[in-house]
Design a protein around this ligand. Structure first.
Ligand code: ATP
Length: 381
């Protein structure tokens, strides 16, 4: 028990083996299977996953709107499961903002403080600071029913931050905004989090939003957390097929592990051998799925067509393929090519040095990938 305390000492929120099912008996639905995560103090932590994966359910358990079926949620080391939502030092910003339309911007921001019984002077000071923080001073007397969506979003944030919670929960707070405003608010939210130092737990199904804003991301699917890591870890080293596929574009290749000679590698049927850097322990002959980002694949001229069924150059991780499509995307070009077994692969190159395709559809090509760009992913959910 003691060692567990030390292990999670820095955790603002410690989610321990939390399960949540709705309904009973044959009708029971398990929304969270067994979820554990230690969210650090001052961290921008994102729950990312498709609709229905359990993000909102987990957020509601942290907020106290619902109780876990089993497991514990600790806040700064203390079990908060018995605390009513409004007694928790936690605030939530919802997708629809839930502002009071007939009240002014300032009244909305001060609402929580008033409910806490703070003095008028204290409320005025705090509201003033919050108006400055979200850059809404000029509109403080306007009713919230008479301001734009982006401005409402700022007011909702200011209202949630006003009581200085230890933890701010945000459930898809930007999804109602148009793309341009959403991009602006992403930067704004990140700034607010930096300036206040408050721990943010942010829910989104938008992978790009998660990558740009988060310190760490938990990728969820079907009531489980599949991987927790920094945006770079999640993007560059996905551990599950679902994680690799959900975030960005990716190639999958079925391969067989080769461990002899002390060099970890994979045999791709009909295409020879690629070296791997992934640190997981492999059994010789084990089948596995490799995941490679298209921007890490380099297309090179094929020197000899007769190598198409055999290894080309084991030293450079160079293999062969056949180009089937070249798609120009303005900023980059995507080359589609096939492997001997019909697997379709994509390589992406930036067009920043001018677009001049060196390869044509139908060409036999070589392709290269650095060992560091190859992840071994588990198929199981
Ligand atoms: P979205 O992005 O669509 O909001 P989500 O990842 O937030 O999805 P949740 O709202 O957590 O998903 O729902 C997870 C699953 O639990 C869903 O299948 C949902 O239907 C189910 N669920 C949620 N609340 C209840 C409830 N009160 N009773 C029964 N089932 C529920």
């Amino acid at each position: 028990e003691n060692s567990q305390c030390t292990r999670t000492h820095d955790a603002a929120i410690d989610i321990r083996r939390v399960r949540k099912s709705f309904g009973t008996g044959a009708n029971a639905f398990v929304a969270l299977k067994e979820v554990s995560a230690a969210i650090r103090r001052g961290e921008f932590f994102t729950l990312l996953g498709p609709s229905g994966c359990g993000k909102t359910t987990l957020l509601r358990l942290i907020a106290g709107f619902d109780q876990p079926t089993s497991g514990d949620i600790l806040l700064d080391g203390e079990d908060i499961s018995q605390l009513a939502p409004f007694h928790r030092p936690v605030n939530t910003v919802f997708q629809n903002y839930a502002l009071f339309p007939h009240m002014s911007v300032a009244q909305n921001i001060g609402f929580g403080l008033k409910m806490q019984g703070k003095s008028k002077a204290e409320i005025d000071d705090r509201v003033d600071a919050m108006l400055t923080l979200v850059q809404m001073q000029a509109l403080k007397s306007r009713r919230t029913g008479e301001i734009s969506g982006g401005q409402q979003q700022r007011v909702a944030l200011a209202r949630a931050l006003a009581p200085a919670p230890k933890l701010l929960l945000l459930d898809e707070p930007l999804s109602a905004l148009d793309l341009k405003l959403r991009k602006e608010m992403q930067i704004e939210l990140k700034r607010l989090q930096n300036e206040t130092g408050i721990t943010f737990v942010f829910v989104t199904h938008d992978q790009e939003e998660a990558l740009t804003m988060s310190d760490r991301i938990a990728v969820m699917d079907h009531g489980s957390i599949l991987q927790i890591g920094t945006p770079r870890e999640i993007y560059d080293h996905p551990k599950r097929r679902f994680v690799a596929d959900f975030i960005g574009d990716i190639n999958f290749i079925e391969a067989t592990a080769v461990t002899d000679g002390g060099q970890a590698g994979a045999r791709i049927p009909g295409h020879g051998f690629v070296r791997l850097e992934d640190d997981r322990t492999l059994a010789d002959g084990e089948t596995m799925t490799l995941a490679i980002r298209p921007e890490r694949v380099e297309i090179v001229p094929s020197k000899a067509l007769d190598h198409i069924d055999g290894p080309r150059n084991e030293a450079t991780n160079e293999l062969t393929g056949k180009l089937v499509n070249v798609v120009y995307h303005g900023t980059d070009t995507i080359y589609h090519f096939t492997l001997a077994d019909g697997t379709v692969m994509r390589a992406r190159t930036q067009n920043n040095r001018g677009f001049a395709p060196r390869f044509s559809v139908g060409d036999a090509i070589g392709w290269r990938v650095d060992p560091s760009a190859i992840s071994i992913v588990e198929d199981a959910a």
